[in-house]
Design a protein around this ligand. Structure first.
Ligand code: PLP
Length: 645
């Protein structure tokens, strides 16, 4: 059943809520115009009232219309993300509250680089950070010293980059402090110890240092601050920093092999180098914690120190959720041995899933009460991983993915805002002049902390208004997530039925139970043993549902995407299991043959809340499988017969 509360949330697949959208856009466009007119009513109109009758004006308007018609016509080739037939990537219809808030805010053009350019929307962005902090299980009351802090970014890529930057700053700060050697402060005995503090210990040291500085006379304070700054990696660059500390090696980032390629980009951008990114194997498509512990021991042997370990909460390719709770436990064990590292959870895709796990007061729902709503969601591990989010040091969430908001909205959230001090571009204002008295006052100079400079205040307004209209708990935003998880379970069940129906002609396998609303499906014509043949078959199926062939969108009945399974990612054991289920010969998978070095599979993202359309008794899931059957019927006789064994 579609929750009636979801009906007003979107423009709708058919544009059903056009009247609502039009009314709101028009109302607030007029409201903006009235604002302009009423602000200085004594200033007369500068553009003459007759201007519109002049030829140059008309010529301009004609050109404008022509270009807009061209653009509007061209955009009809867009991918129909809003349609329940779109099962491709991590995008769907836009939530109306965000869309309207963004359109409303655009003509005011706020720049969230600082409160001087965005007196209103900068606070909304800081509040969005607190809303997300609460969702993720962080302290979200700015009165608390250790309150979290979050801000928006252009996307998950930049949020992940911010995580790297912050982790590196925290890791290197104690080493710089040792070099500065402020008398009377309690600092680690040697560089190696300093480099191995946990993020929590580094933050405590930073707070001590700030207290130590505060007790000095202004001139002394400024001198000591300069001494410390001169010793920091941010000042020296990593080449000189590590040359000055020969006992240290550049730190290493651990990420599961399923991690998004933004991690590789980030390592390059930060100058740490991709070689310092170690990919950890998976088990059952989730981070293998034993392998992670082993990788840490291997690092110990080389003398290198881990900077950050990444857990993915909803992998981009497979939607699976890493055991955040196990990684947290591992971090605690290592911390007890004096070997600290930070944990970042990349929840760019899955962050908003957590809405389903939250009660209205922010408490975590029990596994049992959640299970009652689904067939098997969430798994005990997914529930435990969600419960552990609040113990990660930082988290990435993308409002422009499962938040159903327009592109240009990623988010970075860190557990303890005090760490952010290390990222300030000019630390001056903190200890000179009037120190910012409060949390909001501090972060209104947002441009000092974020990777970007100028950025959209309208995007912040969109996220804020959405979170206000649909609070981030199971009774509000979570309704949307609930609907899509139900669709996912229906899809997985239908895939099993499809497998039975097609048995004599086709092998079908869902390679692993989905943890989020993303389901993959592997196919192989019955009797075929050859991976290359199976891949060619899947490629032809996908050819008809992909958007990259340039054919008119109307000629596509459905939209899907693909990904691949590789032994390096899945692990040899799981790879064998999948190949066996499909009746494929493991020996036909060959690393030296680009047609057979991996298994191509279909990937479906089920974000649209109207995939199961009760109003008209239509299941687009059933229709999709009917469509697949028809495609298969056309393709199966045409597939090359299996090679002789
Ligand atoms: C999408 C995604 C990213 C990158 O986010 P962008 O918004 O595309 O920059 C990073 N990590 C994961 C897990 C993702 O799904």
């Amino acid at each position: 059943m579609t929750e009636p509360s979801l009906y007003p949330c979107f423009l709708g697949p058919y544009g059903e809520n056009d009247a609502l959208l039009e009314r709101l856009v028009l109302e607030f466009l007029r409201d903006h115009v009235f604002w302009r007119r009423n602000l200085y009513p004594e200033d007369p109109p500068a553009i003459p009232t007759r201007a519109a009758q002049q030829p140059a004006f008309q010529e301009f308007e004609a050109r404008l219309r022509r270009e807009l018609h061209t653009l509007s016509a061209a955009l009809k080739r867009s991918v129909p993300f809003h349609s329940p037939r779109y099962l491709g990537h991590m995008v769907s219809d836009l939530l109306l509250p965000g869309l309207v808030a963004q359109i409303l805010a655009l003509p005011y053009n706020p720049n969230n680089v600082s409160d001087e350019a965005a007196p209103v929307t900068i606070d909304l962005e800081i509040k969005v950070g607190l809303q997300l902090a609460k969702l993720l299980g962080y302290a979200s009351d700015p009165q608390q010293d250790h309150c979290a802090f979050g801000h928006l970014t252009s996307g998950g890529t930049l949020a992940n980059f911010q995580a790297l930057r912050l982790a590196l700053a925290l890791k290197c700060f104690p080493v710089a402090l040792r070099a500065a050697a402020p008398p009377g402060m309690h600092i680690p005995d040697d560089d190696v110890q300093a480099f191995r503090l946990t993020p929590t210990q580094s933050i405590a040291l930073l707070t001590d240092w700030q207290g130590w500085l505060a007790a000095l006379e202004p001139a002394e304070r400024a001198r000591w601050r300069r001494t410390l700054e001169a010793a920091r990696i941010e000042q020296l660059g990593s080449v000189r920093f590590f040359a000055m500390h020969p006992a240290l090696l550049p730190p290493v980032v651990l990420a599961p092999v399923t991690a998004h390629y933004s991690w590789s980009k980030g390592m390059k951008m930060l100058g740490l180098g991709r070689e310092q990114l170690r990919l950890i194997p998976e088990r059952g498509m989730r981070l293998d914690i034993t392998a992670c512990a082993q990788a840490l021991r291997d690092l110990d042997a080389t003398g290198a120190s881990p900077l950050l370990a990444v857990a993915v909460f909803g992998t981009t390719e497979f939607g699976t959720i890493d055991p955040v709770h196990e990684l947290v436990a591992l971090r605690e064990r290592r911390a007890a041995q004096g070997k600290g590292f930070a944990i970042h959870v990349d929840a760019a895709w899955g962050g908003y899933l957590a809405t389903l796990f939250r009660q209205e007061d922010g408490a975590l729902r029990s596994l049992q009460s959640m299970r009652a709503e689904f067939t098997s969601f969430p798994s005990a591990d997914t529930h435990a991983a969600t419960a552990a989010l609040g113990q990660a040091d930082s988290i990435t969430v993308d409002p422009h993915k499962l938040g159903y908001l327009a592109y240009g909205a990623g988010a970075f959230v860190c557990r303890d805002h005090r760490a952010m001090e290390l990222l300030t571009e000019t630390a001056d204002y903190v200890f000179t002049g009037a120190a910012p008295s409060g949390y909001f006052e501090r972060y209104r100079k947002l441009g000092q902390y974020i990777p970007e400079g100028s950025k959209s205040g309208a995007a912040a307004a969109a996220v804020y208004v959405t979170h206000r209209v649909l609070p981030l708990d199971h009774a509000h935003f979570g309704q949307l997530v609930r609907q899509t998880i139900r669709a996912t379970e229906a899809f997985a069940a239908r895939a099993e039925q499809f497998a039975r129906e097609m048995e004599s002609r086709l092998r079908v396998c869902v390679p692993y139970a989905p943890d989020s609303n993303l389901v993959c499906m592997a196919l192989n014509p019955a009797g075929n043993r050859d991976v290359a043949v199976a891949n060619a078959f899947t490629r032809r199926i996908h050819g008809a549902i992909s958007t990259d062939t340039g054919a008119a969108v109307q000629n596509r009945e459905f939209f899907g995407s693909t990904t691949t399974l590789r032994a390096e990612i899945l692990g040899a054991q799981d790879m064998h299991r999948v190949l066996h289920e499909l009746g494929l010969d493991a020996n036909s998978m060959r690393a030296d043959d680009p047609r057979a070095d991996r298994l191509l599979i279909l990937r479906h993202t089920l974000m649209n809340p109207f995939i199961i359309d009760d109003e008209n008794g239509i299941s687009y899931i059933d229709r999709y499988f009917d469509y697949l059957s028809r495609r298969m019927a056309l393709l199966l006789p045409a597939t090359p017969s299996p090679r002789a064994a």
